[in-house]
Ligand binder design. Sequence first.
Ligand SMILES: [Zn+2]
Length: 594
Amino acid sequence: MKNEKLPAWDLSDLFNGIDDEKITKGLEKYKKFCANFAKRYKGKLKNLDGAEFAAMLKEYEKNISMASKIGGFAYLNMVTQMKNQQAMAFYQDISEKLTDYGKPLVFLSLEINSLDKEKISSWLKNKEAAFYKPWLERLRRFKKYELSEEVEEVLIEKSLTSSSAWVRLYEETSSKLVYKIDGKTYNDAEISKLLLESDENIRLKVGKEINRVAMQNADLFTFIYNMVIKDKAIEDEKRGFKRPVSSRNMSENVSDKTVDALAESVRMHYRDIAHRFYKLKAKWLKKDKISYWDRNAPLPFSADCNYSWEETVEIVLNAYKKFSPRLYAIAKDFFTHNWIDVPPRDGKRSGAFCAPVCADSHPYLLLNFAGKQNDILTLAHELGHGCHHQTRVKNGELNEYSRMTTEEVASVFGEMITFQSMVEKLPDSKEKLALIASKVSDMINTAIRQIAFHFFETRAHEERKSGELSTERLNTIWQEEMKESLGEYVEVGDDCAYIWSQVGHFFFLPFYVYAYSFADCLVNSLYQVSQSGTVENFNDKYMQMLSQTAIGDYKKLLAPFGLNPDNPEFWDKGLELISKYIDELERLDKKLNL
Ligand SMILES: [Zn+2]
């Protein structure tokens, strides 16, 4: 990294430090509010009229927001100095207090859901109450699938010894796995990094070791997985969900039909995208076929140059500006007001994130900037999240919520426009090819691979209906799905047969994996539309859409762009973008005579 002083974030917009007296006062106020609120409203909601209901929610929202601000501050103050005992203890103390004080508020959503439709509609006639319609609708969406209060209570209590117990066992077992390479031991995170080594012998050794450890634990993982699937099936049946995937779709607020259209479209593009890419990759790695463990191997000629922070900011902001001056205006604030913590530090959390804090405050971004090409795209990504938050402040705390499928739109889009501007500046060269190849590889891992995972779990849940699945059977389904998606230039042998057990989402969030592909393909489709010039004022419509992601459904959000996610063509459009990048890779490969 070039020698320069990297900026840290300034948390004083929230509080002036952990001994700011506003924190103690705020906590006291919140504690009193929670206790009083339950006393005033519990069991009495049915007697409220629209105006009273709105006033109640406003007060509730204001206090929730204050609690989020205190909790958010404690968290952010901690993540940059995790070896500081005082900061750690402060965070722990604040979290416990907020959870404890907030307990009396639990009645609110349950009681609202116990009321009939007529009562809710009468409230919504009041203009102020109608502001909270998105929140109410979200709350009520599950009502149809709710069971009697007693059954719900039993399910919550029993979950500790059923679903949650299996997940816990899975997580505890996984976190204790130890890998051995040449006499040295590694944990999970350390071993995955070794898969990015340039020496193919190391990669293969590492891959085989990951598979061996999974095989050693296969009896237990198979048993847990069978239980997780059955447990979900029992509850789904009682609630009346038609298919294993349906309850997840319900919480993402997408129809089964939309998800089917996505999955089928992706499958139709396996050949054109993944197979074609790995053929090129095999050639670049000078092999007839690459191993399963070579998929993410670095290219022999990828030269990663160094960027200063100043250059990085310039590249990202220029890309944002070129796309939309309004987006640029929002993005600029993050730099001028020090809302980003840039440098890596001892004791700082690794990776990068955008923390929204609360509805009436701006978000903060955390980075661990090392001056690599990838760091530019990471800034573009997190900044997208940050700008997205700023466009929806007016919706308030309650109406906002995160669902994976829309939460990643602005971030992936921000990354896309930045990536594109970097590519455009480069002449035809190995550097350009390596940049595109690394982006395509990421896109395949997100858009294509996650759908292969989706087909794996769909089949496992389907087959489980007629009895327990053996490890051999799960291995076979896994290998079939991997072979189909990766194609003939990737060896899917016995050295990766047990890897399904390493996909944590299968265990703790069944049917979640498609959301990654969903978000990526959705952005790619939107990006294609933006490039085609067919939609007038695309940028303004895009900004408008961002402000609505938590309060509108997909069809409504995408209609201004002439897009309909139920239609397989919508997904094809997004996938075509990846395909075009592979055309470009083929062209460069020929031209550079690699
Ligand atoms: Zn993200």
